[in-house]
Design a protein around this ligand. Structure first.
Ligand code: 16G
Ligand code: MG
Length: 573
């Protein structure tokens, strides 16, 4: 090696050493802060928590240390991705006493799955082991600690949310990160802010006002195309805000709607308790209207959940019968609308609907056989649906529980835009392209969003001149039932085929198969919950009675073969 070259290598090595030295100094300074600050947010000894399907969730009293540590983790994730990260303090549809935290990745999606284990690791480190756990993440991910960190923080309306979000802010600060506290926002609003920030405003302005402006402008543009048979009566919608953040935000948005949508807001948090006998989860699970809502027969109502990332619709007919239009019905409405527009625009874009095993069999049948769209089934949990939807030009994803959105690939958005802006496009194609463009803009593509979904659904109904009854009549749901079974360790149940089949414990799937054979149009599956210490049982069949019988029989099989605890499940009737 010649001398000059050798010297230049030495220079590089020395620089490296200096860099390493300064990184170490940085790290030591941070660690002193972390050490000091974390003692103000101590972990109760031996408490074990798990980053579940959608982050941590527990009684609010057990979460202070987790919040602080998620502030630390968000700062690390920000340094690693060189982008802004979000932290949302909420426990969604859980009772008011609970709380939780979700981390948001740069494009507004949920935290990368490989980082979920770091979250669990940090949350569970005993007080004296926290620095070691932190260093471990830094080393494994080769994080440059001198990189700056930016974190957006939001919270729901729970009384515990203020101090818990302060703990997150403390965590970010302990690692020298910058944070922006958005205060009270819905979960999807915070996802939106993160994406706006990291796309330098290309997705929109990273403010709550910017969010209302973008969505409502697109909504008004869409509504300008309403069908001639659509009367002013159709502008009325009753919204159940679950006594949570969604109610506050709908109220805030109202002036942007220019009276094109007339909302009667119920369960707005002024008296009722959060998620108590109201909200999307209550309505879906109980299959009945929320309390606190006054709604005439035949009129549309919808319910948000506690952090406004889910929505379900419903009405009561003149015989007093309740009709629920869940996530499957919403996915069907939206994908039909989009497919019609693609045909009108002569755009060759591949559209698919992503569902989970909970999707009603009728919906899957209708989508595949009548609408002829591709249907994909994934495991429960938004991140799984979201990833599957990203594989298509247009991916419509919805869980039956009402969480969902639509994703457009970059190429799809470009094609739509080109068509809309091309002066040579004929009138029919242009109209369709403009409608598609506004549809893209009314949708929050980062995550399911009750407010955005509501605006899109209202626009589609108006454009198609469709009543909620006509929408409901697209297909008839098969009767279905969900039950829970307590077992000593739910992890003994392992599933495959997007949770539709159990591979363990031995004999369980065979038992389910033979029970299902007894009933017409029947289907059943079991899976361990990702949010509660129970095994969930789902059954559907031709009639409600046979559905209930099947659900009970499968629960018994779980109880007997998977280590049931407490009393044996009782028949429903
Ligand atoms: C979480 C998930 C939801 C899923 C539910 C299943 C997110 C944002 N939320 O709420 O998608 O349907 O868990 O709960 O991913 P389970 O595992 O208890 O049935
Ligand atoms: Mg929610």
């Amino acid at each position: 090696m010649n001398v000059a070259l050798h010297n230049s290598y030495r220079d590089e090595e020395e620089k490296e050493e200096v860099n390493l030295e300064s990184r170490k100094v940085h790290m030591m300074a941070h660690f002193q802060d972390v050490s000091k600050q974390s003692s103000l947010h101590p972990k109760p000894a031996e408490l074990v928590s798990q980053y579940g399907t959608a982050g941590f969730r527990a009684n609010a009293k057990l979460l202070d240390h987790i919040m602080f540590r998620m502030g630390l983790l968000a700062a690390l994730r920000s340094k690693k991705t060189k982008a802004t990260i979000g932290v949302m303090v909420t426990a969604s549809h859980n009772p008011e006493e609970d709380n939780g935290v979700k981390l948001i990745d740069p494009m507004g999606e949920m935290l990368l799955q490989t980082w979920e284990s770091y979250a669990t690791q940090l949350a569970n480190a005993e007080q004296e082991d926290l620095l070691t756990a932190l260093k471990d993440v830094i080393e494994k991910e080769a994080i440059n600690m001198s990189q700056e960190a930016n974190v957006f923080v939001g919270k729901d309306t729970r009384s515990s949310s203020s101090s818990l979000s302060q703990a997150v802010l403390d965590g970010v600060a302990a690692l020298g990160g910058h944070s922006k506290d958005y205060g009270l926002v819905t979960t999807p609003q915070l996802h939106y802010m993160v994406r706006c920030q990291n796309t330098q405003g290309k997705y929109g302005e990273a403010t709550v006002e910017g969010y209302y402006k973008k969505l409502c402008q697109a909504f008004i543009q869409l509504i300008n195309n309403k069908a001639s048979n659509c009367t002013d009566d159709q502008k009325h919608l009753s919204v159940d805000g679950a006594n949570g953040i969604g109610a506050l935000k709908v109220h805030e948005m109202e002036s942007h709607l220019k009276k094109e949508l007339l909302i009667s807001l119920f369960n707005d948090g002024s008296k009722g308790k959060l998620n108590h006998q109201c909200g999307a989860d209550f309505v879906k699970v109980q299959q009945k209207p929320p309390t606190g809502i006054e709604i005439n027969p035949g009129e549309r109502g919808c319910s948000f959940d506690g952090d406004a990332d889910r929505i379900v619709y419903y009405y009561t007919d003149s015989d007093g019968r309740f009709h629920l239009l869940d996530g499957d019905k919403i996915a069907t409405l939206i994908s039909t609308f989009l497919k019609e527009l693609l045909t009108q625009a002569s755009l060759d874009l591949k559209i698919a609907v992503v569902q989970t095993a909970y999707a009603n069999g009728s919906s899957t049948h209708y989508l595949e056989n009548t609408m002829k769209v591709t249907v994909v089934c994934t495991k429960t949990g938004v991140k799984h649906l979201h990833h599957a939807a990203q594989e298509f030009d247009i991916g419509v994803y919805f869980e039956a529980n009402g969480h969902g959105t639509v994703l457009f690939s970059e190429a799809a958005e470009e094609k739509i835009q080109q068509l809309a802006e091309n002066p040579g496009t004929d009138d029919e194609r242009k109209r369709a392209a403009l409608l598609l463009q506004n549809t893209v803009n009314v949708i929050n593509q980062t995550v399911g969003d009750a407010i955005s979904d509501m605006l899109l659904i209202e626009a589609i109904l108006a454009i198609k001149g469709m009543t909620i009854q006509q929408w409901d009549a697209m297909y008839t749901d098969l009767p279905n039932r969900q039950l829970k079974v307590k077992v000593s360790d739910r992890r003994v149940i392992d599933t495959t085929d997007a949770e539709r089949r159990a591979v363990s414990p031995a004999g369980l799937q065979e038992a389910i198969d033979s029970l299902v054979k007894k009933y017409k149009q029947a289907r059943s599956f079991v899976r361990p919950s990702g949010t509660e210490d129970v095994v969930r049982v789902y059954a559907e069949a031709e009639a409600q009675e046979s559905t209930d019988a099947l659900a009970h029989e499968v629960s018994l099989a779980v109880y007997r073969l998977a280590g049931g605890v407490g009393d044996e499940p009782k028949p429903l009737h």
